[in-house]
Design a protein around this ligand. Structure first.
Ligand SMILES: NC(=O)c1ccc[n+]([C@@H]2O[C@H](COP(=O)([O-])OP(=O)(O)OC[C@H]3O[C@@H](n4cnc5c(N)ncnc54)[C@H](O)[C@@H]3O)[C@@H](O)[C@H]2O)c1
Length: 347
């Protein structure tokens, strides 16, 4: 099969759909991989690395898009709709729920679109979404620690404190993948960490793992109000599957927060008409705090990190190897994937 790897052109997107390692796994099985020149540059991966993995370097996006299957990271943007066609299999994050123009374009073109975010294991896990949340969670604490520095407009608090001075107080809303990974780094840095979730199971898990190194609280308005007024850093990591994340921090909670505190990763703040913003990170002064709005945390900070776990997990699910060899219809038949994960099939 011919597989195309075009360069991502969405604003601020530095990731690439496949590492040279993933390309090698395909070329070793006899597939032809067409990599657009510079596709890996944003992730510090050179054309030479792809060449030595057996890829063919092609000069233009249309050359990579002409392949039978295209592997990307982000959904196609409007200028890429021209490449959609009935005999194309597109394997990428699609997030169609919030993108009607793309949904229409995919359906009109008849493209078979397989969205990473819908690939599920038999136990309902999302193996292609998890790596991004792991990166985002760990980075959230790292980035938050930077924003607490005075030079970045923060409170001038050291995460781990020093003998005689208290550590930073970190509040994490949501104990899923992002929250757990954010907590792991915050505990590692020596911060005082409180994690809130509505799921008792998630809190029990963290409580068992950390054995008193962090506190857990059930997430309700009373508890959020109580912890937020002492928080140096608040990390939002809440998700309602298929729904909009709830607004957990209300306008009247903001004045209670310490001066120079930081809030990271939204949409969690109910502040009138204020809406979550796009990349690059944008800071808004919210009363005494700074809100850092980062919708694509993994890519704008550590793009090199991202392509590594992505193909690893896709390989784990054998998708990179199975799709080209047996095609998606056979995958469905063999229950290697199910129809629910194919948002558009031939229109
Ligand atoms: N900015 C980025 O780059 C980036 C990257 C990955 C994920 N995210 C976002 O991070 C969030 C978390 O993702 P995840 O992968 O950890 O999801 P997840 O499903 O693993 O975890 C979400 C958690 O939120 C909890 N939750 C639901 N309602 C809650 C409430 N009212 N109060 C407290 N907790 C509540 C759930 O019980 C669950 O444990 C999502 O909104 C996701 O879009 C952002």
């Amino acid at each position: 099969m011919r597989i195309g790897l075009p360069k991502e052109i969405k604003d601020n997107e530095n990731r690439v759909g496949m590492t040279p390692g993933a390309v090698k796994a395909l070329t070793r099985r006899g597939h032809q991989v067409l990599v657009q020149t510079g596709a890996g540059a944003g992730s510090s991966l050179s054309d030479e690395e792809y060449l030595s993995a057996g890829a063919e370097i092609v000069p233009y996006a249309e050359d990579a898009w002409a392949a039978q299957m295209v592997v990307k990271v982000k959904e196609p943007i409007a200028s890429e709709y021209q490449y959609l066609r009935p005999d194309l299999i597109l394997f990428t994050y699609l997030h169609l729920a919030s993108d009607k123009p793309l949904t229409d374009a995919l359906l009109a073109s008849g493209t078979t679109g397989i969205a990473y975010e819908t690939v599920q294991t038999g136990t309902g896990q999302l193996p292609l979404l998890t790596p991004m949340s792991e990166v985002a969670g760990r980075m959230a604490t790292q980035v938050g620690a930077t924003y607490l520095q005075k030079s970045h407009g923060g409170r001038g608090v050291l995460m781990g404190g020093v003998p005689g001075v208290a550590p930073a107080n970190v509040v994490i809303l949501g104990a899923g993948i992002v929250g757990t990974n954010a907590a792991r780094v915050a505990v590692g840095l020596g911060a005082q960490v409180t994690v809130l979730d509505i799921s008792h199971d998630r809190l029990k898990y963290l409580d068992d793992i950390y054995r008193g190194q962090l506190q857990t609280r059930i997430s309700d308005e009373y508890n959020i109000e109580e912890v937020i007024c002492e928080a140096d850093l608040v990390i939002g990591a809440v998700l309602i599957p298929g729904g909009r994340a709830p607004w957990l921090i209300t306008r009247n909670m903001l004045p209670t927060m310490p001066k120079g505190s930081s809030l990271l990763m939204w949409p969690l703040i109910k502040a009138g008409a204020w809406k979550p913003l796009t990349q690059p990170p944008i800071a808004i002064r919210l009363m005494k705090s700074m809100a850092w709005c980062i919708t694509v945390l993994p890519t704008c900070r550590e793009p090199f990190l991202v392509p590594v776990p992505l193909p690893l997990t896709t390989k784990q699910r054998s998708i990179h190897s199975i799709l080209p060899m047996k095609a998606w219809k056979l995958c469905v038949k063999l229950r290697l994937c199910n129809m629910a994960l194919i948002p558009t099939v031939a229109g």
